[in-house]
Design a protein around this ligand. Structure first.
Ligand code: ATP
Ligand code: MG
Length: 345
């Protein structure tokens, strides 16, 4: 018997369709996971086994093969737990063969079968909406998914609640979309005494999104002025808010699934590494320059930054995209930022 359940892989904030296929064959009992899984995906076998046991299901004593297709794409992250579990449950008859066809699913399972939040639910839900599918995701990510306009959103706290929802015994109510409450502006530009021309320059830069370099002796108030910039930035437009939130979703920075309402303000320390600044690392996460997309990247003590890090900012600032090269692919994150820098003469 063959079963297919749809899920996704991420390449930057782009979403690639992935199929989870399950085959129950004759032979020794065992569970094989193929399709270039990384360590977190490989370990999902153990989590799924425990989660299924927690809800009273045992895997059949058959030779079970799980394939993540396309097989030549590296799969990383813990969000494959849920689609694999759903595929196995469909294979053993918990769900009817095409009950879950119109859904895309992602989520991490705990050993007690509860569903834990994962990164990237917002872009996944947007992809689901585009292809007129629903999405099954952890309850903690429901608010995020609700922004996509995807038709049917099942935001479940646990695996058993997914079963109950589709059996109709306990239907989950659809999540509501929430906007992050505007955080208190602790620092107000009105606190700055005098400095009229500097304040004017800051206002002009904020209104027009211009880059800004402040040069002055220690104690002149450069850091103080820059910290008051978030308070006078214009609000995000809806399309910008979605784009910013997608980046933050992929980076795991969306708090409690609410969409961003303010322009990001990132002020990395001058000891920041190249990977943290422009993106990269083993999982090619977005860097500070992308997390500041549609907002401000503030580099205090500019000359203290490593030369290589500053050079690496050149391409993202010129093109508005930070390209991260990986062993097997290139990932590009948007990075349209307003650069504000401060230095001593
Ligand atoms: N115009 C001003 N109005 C009110 N407070 C000020 C003003 N200028 C400086 N200050 C005070 O001086 C402190 C030092 O300023 P700040 O740290 O911003 O200087 P800086 O230019 O960043 O110096 P450094 O080059 O050493 O980093 C501020 O925290 C603030 O309390
Ligand atoms: Mg300073």
């Amino acid at each position: 018997m063959h079963v297919r359940i749809a899920t996704v892989a991420f390449q930057g904030i782009d979403v690639i369709d992935v199929d989870v296929q399950v085959h129950l064959g004759a032979g020794f009992s065992g569970l094989a996971l193929v399709g270039l899984p990384d360590k977190a995906v490989g370990e999902s076998r153990e989590r799924i086994r425990s989660a299924l046991a927690a809800i009273g299901l045992a895997l059949p004593a058959r030779r079970i093969t799980i394939n993540l297709s396309p097989a030549d794409l590296h799969k990383e992250g813990s969000h494959y737990d849920l689609p694999i579990a759903l595929a196995l449950m469909t294979a053993i008859g918990v769900f009817s063969p095409d009950q879950l066809q119109p859904y895309l699913s992602l989520g991490e399972l705990a050993l007690d079968s509860s569903l834990r939040r994962v990164v990237g639910v917002l872009p996944a839900a947007v992809a689901a909406a585009r292809s007129a599918r629903g999405i099954i995701c952890p309850a903690a990510c429901g608010g995020e998914a609700a922004w996509s306009g995807a038709g049917d959103i099942v935001a479940a706290p646990s695996l058993i609640s997914v079963v109950n929802h589709f059996k109709g015994t306990q239907v989950l109510s659809p999540p509501t979309a929430r906007i992050a409450p505007a955080p208190e502006i602790g620092r107000d530009l009105a606190d700055v005494k005098g400095q009229e021309s500097a304040k004017r320059a800051l206002e002009v830069a904020a209104a027009g999104g211009h880059h800004l370099l402040m040069i002055g002796p220690p104690g002149a108030g450069k850091s103080m002025l820059a910290q008051r910039l978030p308070g006078i930035l214009p609000p995000l437009r809806p399309a910008e808010a979605l784009e910013v939130s997608m980046l933050h979703s992929v980076a795991g920075l969306l708090e409690s699934g609410t969409i961003a309402s303010r322009r990001p303000f990132r002020d990395p320390h001058h000891s920041t590494t190249m990977a943290a600044m422009v993106g990269g690392g083993t999982r090619a996460r977005p860097g500070e320059v992308s997390l500041a997309h549609h907002g401000v990247l503030f580099l205090d003590e500019l000359p203290e930054f490593q030369r290589g890090v500053l050079e690496a900012l050149r391409q993202p600032l010129e093109t508005g995209r930070a390209t991260v090269a990986r062993a097997n692919a290139h990932v590009a994150y948007p990075s349209r930022v307003q650069l504000v820098a401060a230095a001593n003469p």
